[in-house]
Structures are given as structure tokens and as C-alpha cells.
Design a protein around this ligand. Sequence first.
Ligand code: MN
Length: 312
Amino acid sequence: MELTSLFQKYQKIVIMRHKNPDLDAYGAQFGLFYALKEFLPHHEILAVGDSNSQNHVGVLIEMKQEHFEGSLCFVLDTVAKQMIESLDFERADHIVLIDHHQNKPDIKYHDYLHNPQASSTAEMIVDLLEESHIPIPYEASRALYLGIVGDTGRFQYSNTTSHTFEVVSKLLKTGIDIQSLYQLIYSESLKMKLMKSEFFASISLTKHFVAYRKNDIDFLEKHQIDTFTASRGLVNQMAGITEIPIWANFTFDRQTGTIVCELRSRSIPIVDIAKKYGGGGHSLACGCSLKTWEETDLLLADLDQLLEETHG
Ligand SMILES: [Mn+2]
């Protein structure tokens, strides 16, 4: 893919990513946005999509059909239809997907940059900008750094490679202040901390130490949080505890009337259990949706049984 010829052909560039964005989705989006803004000062460049509390790096425009007509559109950090806010982007004249996940695209595209070895889409954006001889300005650098930190869990997950550090080294040379960036993403409100402490104080354990919590509608309403914040946002409150090899977070979802299950494991693969209940994901981090609280007990029994088989 020749970016420069695409930039000659299209005057309007739209940059989007999956809904419910995480640090990598924002990082890749705004990293590319700020770099192209500076490189192509006479182009119209739009960063579009939904927003949440994880955005520290830029201002988004709400997605509209007319943004896409006659445009070059980048779709970042996903290739899955179910992760996309709106399929309006398919009106774009040229669609470029950039992603590091394992999935096969089920959305329309013209070019697809895929690197499952990359720690993050942000890491891929740094490589792409380099290859295309597009400078990475300070603002882009901050966004991209946060993206990489998000998907590598501050460089602790096994997706962190020597290349990740090469990329980060380039970002640091733009003069970013990483201490202030960490303060942005790892500080939280007193209200949030108190909610987490209530959450943790009421976790339960199965016989073989699967930790779990059931977040009902009362919990969501008491703390004024949405399903995503409670399920994805709180599951890892149960992580990093020596005695607990597997943990599960069950959260009622008002919109669908289902129970969203986030399942995590330190080392024993659990994705087959998620699949048994119609879900999926990674080997140690996966999920599914269930219709009743009774089903969550069946799922917990399966996880407990898995530990019994593993430990005897
Ligand atoms: Mn990612």
C-alpha cells in the first residue's frame, strides 16, 4: 500500500476505530490523526467515533454518513463488524484496515495491514509512519505511547517485544513526558476507588478458588456506572492474587437483558468454556453472554471442575 498516492487521490481522510475505545484504539487513532494533520496541512482530516473516560489525547467528532463520502477511511484496531459503531464507513471510496488481532475481516476493505506480532495497533502506526517517511509530532507521540502502554499493560504482557521497545525509543526522542502520561491514565477518583473496594469486599470463591462477582442492576445504579465499566473495568480487581488461578465477573446488561461474563485465567486456558456458552476470545481472557443467573452457576461449576482436573 502506497500511502502517498492515496493522499494525492483523496483530499478527505477519516480515521475511526472500534466502539468502546481503549487506550490503543485512541492512541492509534490520534497518533495517525496528529501526524497526518501536520504532514498534510491542506487535507481535511477527521477523527470520528464514540468516547468514554479513557480518552486523554484528543477531541472526537461524532460519526456522520456524509463524513465518509469521497473519503479515504482508516479503520483501526478491529476488523470485526460487531466492534464497529456504524457501517457508514463502507460509503468511503477507499478503506484501509490496520489491526494486530488474529481475526479475519468480516467488513469491507481495500487494503488490510495485519501484524499479529505487533503489541498494539499504535505500534503498527509508528512503523507505518516511519515507512512512509511521515514525521511523528509530539502530540502524536503522546497518543501512540499511551496506546502501546495500554495494550502491553505497561510493558508487562508477553506481546511486548524488542521491536516494541525500539518503537517506544523513537517516541521518547520526541520529548514526551512519560511520568505525566502515567498520571493521566493511572489516577482515579475517590468515588471509583470506593466502588472498587465495595466490589472487592464482596467477591466469592468456589471450592477450588475461582473468584467471582455478580453485579446486579442495584450495584450499577448505586454507583451510576454502565455495564462495560462494571464488567470489563472491574474484572481485574480479582487479578494478581496468588491463591486465585481463575476469576469471573458477571454483570447484568440493561440494554440486552443478558448477563455479560468476563473470564480471566493466570495460566490455565479457559476459552473453551467461554465457547461452550456461545462466547470466545483469547486463551486466558475471554467472555460470553448468558440469559440467566442460574447459567452463571453452571459456568462457575465448569471452571471449578477444570481446576479440579488440573490440580487433582
Ligand atoms: Mn489493540
